[in-house]
Design a protein around this ligand. Structure first.
Ligand SMILES: Nc1ncnc2c1ncn2[C@@H]1O[C@H](COP(=O)(O)OP(=O)(O)OP(=O)(O)O)[C@@H](O)[C@H]1O
Ligand SMILES: [Mg+2]
Length: 44
């Protein structure tokens, strides 16, 4: 079953990408197949 995890915060530079990449690495290591899609911008 697919599981979708979103790391969301309106503020920039708070660590969304860092968290996403590290979380994906851990999930891939411990649970196998992991796909990452990152970087949706949200203008004010
Ligand atoms: N837990 C943390 N402790 C200290 N520094 C951190 C931590 N998480 C991220 N950083 C640093 O903060 C900076 C911004 O992180 P990152 O690029 O992940 O933020 P972002 O929310 O994805 O930014 P943007 O909105 O521009 O995409 C980077 O220099 C990163 O190394
Ligand atoms: Mg980012």
């Amino acid at each position: 079953m697919a599981l979708v995890i979103s790391t969301v915060n309106m503020k920039g530079g708070v660590g969304k990408t860092t968290l996403t990449v590290n979380l994906a690495t851990c999930l891939a290591k411990n649970h196998g197949k992991t796909s990452v899609s990152a970087g949706f911008g949200c203008p004010n």
